[in-house]
Ligand binder design. Structure first.
Ligand SMILES: NC(=O)C1=CN([C@@H]2O[C@H](COP(=O)(O)OP(=O)(O)OC[C@H]3O[C@@H](n4cnc5c(N)ncnc54)[C@H](O)[C@@H]3O)[C@@H](O)[C@H]2O)C=CC1
Ligand SMILES: O=C(O)[C@H]1O[C@H](OP(=O)(O)OP(=O)(O)OC[C@H]2O[C@@H](n3ccc(=O)[nH]c3=O)[C@H](O)[C@@H]2O)[C@H](O)[C@@H](O)[C@@H]1O
Length: 463
């Protein structure tokens, strides 16, 4: 099928590349010309394991192209994905200006062919109908003519009538495993009031639904939920809110564990064995970050307030998370007392491993607080190179190129991100380089026994 994805970030580029990988003919559109030039040369602008490889093979097969020309993308696609960002506004609501620009742009370029417009971006409930309205506004701006509204249920169109339907198809991929998640999803959610649009989406995803591209092809087909637009939009927010609340829950338990002398890693294991609870998203630590959980919870709380509802549980999940981020400062103060003049080395900066994404990474908050308290901050991250100090959050950070350089003359290390290579470090050597061999392990990632043997004072979370 002919597909156009608009926005080539973590979602749009991965979606476009994966759809090309399973045999579709894809054009990816982005309004950032540097990004587009980079992708045209076969390079991914983001670090996502496996992405460059599938981009290159799909490009070699002539199934994946990149352009800044929205009109060309819309002309090409029978299915048009909107995958632009929806960052938070200061009041917590979602900034939908990029979706708005794209929806109007689509309207300005629609031809007579029936198109399915897919909201892949995470958008406030009600956005499906809003996008439809904006597309029609775009058409009206172009034609300056009164419109007949097209669509699967409507009477046969005249040649100039825009023919389209809007589908909400929320994205559940995780950064760091985005390719795997896209090709092997737990479920596909399709929100629309039009069967023709749903059928086209089912055809688009059929190789994924039928597990043709899964490593284990004997698995049952992927679950598909076809539902109304608003419920599909709410499923996205509810899923992220549930996962974030689950993490805040275990962090709250961790904080009680510390006080009573229990070990939260054992408690997680013990409760996770109950199949009603499950063992995932029960790792206590520094709390959740990244480009989605914080903004999506804020947006859902804001939506509740818009409709006169005080989302107390969600607010509590956010509040536990905010407090969790500062725990590490208390732990450092307990060990080092005054932080002014001390050098703290951060192992990892990104909000999780296997990504280069720094958006709302807990490390950025910690850097800010440490610098306010007069400490010097050094950092080593496998994917963030020392040249990245142009990132405004990192201007006062001494980015180094190895864990050894990080440890040298540091008063304490703080493990912020659980990059697997951090388990391979020779900690005995590191201990010898430090002023005081202390490590605050914000992910309970390192073996306390191994670290103690290496001469470290290992401080975990909730144990
Ligand atoms: N990052 C993630 O893991 C996930 C993100 N989402 C949602 O997907 C959406 C996109 O997120 P990301 O991919 O992380 O965003 P991103 O910020 O990485 O990428 C957005 C892209 O859209 C482009 N863009 C902006 N305006 C444009 C326009 N008018 N025309 C063409 N391109 C335009 C930007 O240049 C950028 O390349 C958001 O709503 C997010 O909440 C959903 C699931 C996972
Ligand atoms: O909407 C989105 O953008 C995506 O948000 C999350 O994916 P992502 O943010 O990439 O990463 P996660 O693996 O969910 O981790 C989020 C945060 O929670 C933290 N986390 C995760 C799991 C855990 O047990 N403990 C914990 O602290 C991570 O360190 C990270 O900071 C969801 O898992 C995806 O399903 C969703 O599509």
């Amino acid at each position: 099928m002919r597909v156009c994805t608009i926005g080539t970030g973590y979602v749009g580029l991965v979606t476009g590349a994966c759809l090309a990988h399973i045999g579709h003919d894809v054009i990816c559109v982005d309004n950032n010309p540097e990004k587009v030039e980079l992708m045209k040369s076969g390079h991914s602008p983001i670090y996502e394991p496996g992405l460059s490889e599938i981009m290159k093979s799909a490009m070699a097969a002539n199934r994946l192209q990149f352009t800044t020309d929205l009109g060309a993308g819309i002309e090409h696609g029978e299915i048009l994905f909107i995958a632009v960002g929806t960052p938070p506004l200061p009041n917590g609501s979602s900034d939908t200006q990029y979706v708005e620009a794209v929806a109007k742009g689509i309207g300005q370029h629609l031809n007579g062919e029936y198109k399915v417009i897919v909201n892949k971006s995470t958008v406030p409930i009600g956005s499906g109908d809003w996008v439809k309205m904006l597309v029609l506004d775009g058409v009206a701006e172009r034609t300056k003519q009164p419109l007949l509204v097209g669509g699967g249920d409507t009477p046969p169109p005249t040649q100039l009538t825009p023919q389209f339907d809007v589908v909400s198809n929320p994205e559940f991929l995780r950064e760091g495993s985005a390719i795997y998640d896209t090709l092997n999803p737990d479920r596909i959610v399709l929100g629309s009031n039009n069967q023709q649009a749903i059928d086209l989406m089912l055809k688009l995803y059929s190789p994924i639904i039928d597990r043709e591209c899964a490593e284990d092809t004997s698995l049952p087909p992927v679950a598909v939920l076809a539902t109304d637009l608003g419920s599909a939009e709410m499923i996205k927010y509810a899923a992220n809110a549930f996962l974030a609340t689950k993490i805040s829950f275990i962090n709250e338990i961790a904080n009680i564990c510390e006080r009573v002398g229990a070990d939260v890693t054992q408690v997680s294991k013990g409760i996770g064995l109950d199949s009603r609870i499950g063992n995932k998203f029960l790792n206590a630590g520094i709390g959740w970050g990244g480009s989605c959980f914080p903004k999506d919870l804020a947006a859902l709380i804001h939506t509740g307030a818009d409709y006169g509802y005080d989302a107390r549980l969600l607010k509590a999940a956010v509040s536990v998370n905010q407090q969790q981020r500062t725990l590490v400062i208390q732990k450092l103060q307990n060990s080092l007392k005054i932080l002014k003049g001390k050098t703290i080395g951060l192992l990892g900066l990104t909000f999780k491993p296997d990504t280069d994404d720094l958006r709302d990474a807990p490390a950025l908050d910690i850097i800010h607080i440490l610098i306010e308290l007069g400490a010097k901050v050094k950092a080593y991250d496998p994917i963030i190179s020392p040249q990245s100090s142009i990132n405004p959050h990192l201007v006062n950070v001494n980015l180094v190129s190895s864990p050894q350089l990080l440890a040298t003359d540091s008063d304490a290390l703080v493990l912020m991100t659980e990059w697997s290579e951090f388990q391979e470090i020779n900690y005995q050597h590191l201990a010898g380089l430090m002023r005081s061999p202390i490590v605050v392990d914000c992910r309970n990632f390192l073996s306390p026994t191994k670290l103690a043997e290496a001469g470290f004072n290992h401080i975990g979370i909730g144990c």
